[in-house]
Design a protein around this ligand. Structure first.
Ligand SMILES: Cc1ncc(COP(=O)(O)O)c(C=O)c1O
Length: 422
């Protein structure tokens, strides 16, 4: 296998992996439709029957077996709007995993509520249902499970806890387009599911988002909050009714973005198949390498969406190299691994009361000052994950069999020559 490329040897490969995002004839055809017409926005409520945004919502809902799928500007405001539609506001506590993307928790602050961090499961990196209950107080109103990397959280158990305590569940499905567990697609377990179509996602228009629900009255609230708090789409209301009932802003998606999303969605099934097949091959190879594990639960009932291919390594098997060092060695071999998150969310300075002053009302700020959870939430699994996780972006899984074999070969090479890294 030779000397590590990081130390001057020959790399395992020099060819690039597939890139993302990519557009095909599908996006171009839909975009041409928008450009050649004069409908560039989806209407006052973002729900005109002829709008491409409406059509995309219908197709996305069908793919996920849901009743309503309402496009919005991005995945962060999707959480914000969903929480407000669900009645979450000032001083309410919302349980979120400590290991996820920042806006799962900052969206809670954006509605004036307080995030409460809970730990993740080591097998899935998703919210641990056993770590929720002892964090519930009389102020707790909601839980936001995140389907990290495309692995659906243990929703049956999370829903049991939520039901027992009367809590709203909003699933953060930003990384879980077309993921499923026990025959149910992500976004259908809780009252609402939020999605992101940001540039890295498996269905993207650069920036975009969506709120999915099976509840008509929530769909009406989301529609109103998406467009300045106008309730014009309420049954019986005139669609031209511009009366604002609730404070909100403009979170609509443009028709250009919807056009790109329609094109992306048409190619998703074929791309998804390639990712699933490649992930299976890669996983078989990865699990042969001492100290390596692909993060996901292997049950036939789980359909992983493969946004990320997460790999956890046993530091002792890799000479205690940190994720940056291991990535540098793998990158030199031509494999585009990147380190997973290097700090749990609660270490971000944004959660410090002094940095929130001016953004929250004095009572909530005081609540945050006294929050033991924000000072030290005790999430050891999240802490550990920050020091032993690498990931591949989903486009790497759009390659061929040899690409997967190269990834495993590079990992073997780094494992066998780890002492060279120093
Ligand atoms: C888990 C999670 N939640 C929320 C978001 C926010 O989505 P957006 O970037 O569209 O605002 C992301 C984006 O990557 C995410 O991964």
């Amino acid at each position: 296998m030779g000397k590590l490329a990081f130390c001057g040897g020959d790399p395992v490969r020099k060819d690039p992996f597939p890139e993302w995002p990519r557009a095909g004839k599908e996006e171009k055809a839909w975009l041409e439709k928008v450009l050649s017409g004069n409908r560039w926005f989806a209407g006052l409520q973002g729900d005109d029957p002829e709008a491409l945004g409406t059509l995309f919502g219908e197709r996305f809902a069908r793919l996920h077996g849901a009743k309503f799928a309402l496009p919005v500007a991005n995945g962060s405001v999707a959480i914000d709007v969903a929480l407000r539609a669900g009645g979450i506001g000032t001083g309410d506590e919302v349980i979120v995993p400590a290991y996820t993307f920042i806006s799962t928790a900052t969206s809670v602050l954006m509605v004036g509520a307080v995030p409460v961090f809970a730990d993740i499961e080591p097998e899935t990196y998703c919210l641990n249902p056993l770590d929720i209950e002892h964090r519930i107080t009389e102020k707790t109103r909601a839980i936001i499970p995140v389907h990290l990397g495309g692995q659906v959280a243990d929703m049956a158990s999370i829903m049991r806890v939520a039901k027992e305590h009367g809590l709203l569940v909003v699933e953060d499905c930003a990384q879980a387009i077309n993921s499923a567990r026990d025959g149910k697609k992500a976004g259908n377990w809780g009252k609402m599911g939020t999605f992101s179509f940001q540039s890295n996602k498996t269905v993207t228009c650069g920036e975009g988002g969506l709120i999915m629900t099976n509840d008509q009255s929530l769909a009406e609230k989301v529609t109103a909050l998406r467009a300045f708090g106008r309730f014009g789409s309420r049954p019986g209301a005139r669609s031209s009714d511009l009366t604002c009932e609730r404070l909100s802003s403009n979170y609509r998606l443009s028709e250009f973005q919807a056009a790109v999303l329609l094109g992306q969605l048409e190619r998703l099934p074929q791309e998804d198949n390639v990712r699933q097949t490649n992930a299976e091959r890669l996983t078989k190879a990865i699990h042969q390498i001492p100290g390596l594990k692909h993060i996901r639960v292997y049950e036939p009932s789980i359909r992983h969406g493969y946004y990320y291919y997460l790999v956890r390594y046993e530091p002792a098997s890799f000479n205690h190299a940190d994720p940056e060092k291991l990535c540098a060695a793998l990158n030199a071999e031509g494999i585009p691994f990147v380190p997973g998150d290097r700090q749990p969310l609660y270490r971000h300075p944004v959660f410090k009361p002094e940095n929130l002053a001016g953004s929250l009302c004095p009572e909530v700020l005081e609540q945050i000052r006294h929050s033991k959870n924000l000072q030290n939430p005790e999430c050891p699994v999240s802490e550990e994950a920050c020091n032993c996780t690498l990931l591949l972006r989903h486009q790497v899984l759009l390659g061929n069999e040899k690409d997967m074999d190269d990834i495993a070969e590079a990992f073997w090479k780094v494992h066998k020559n780890i002492d060279e890294l120093g």
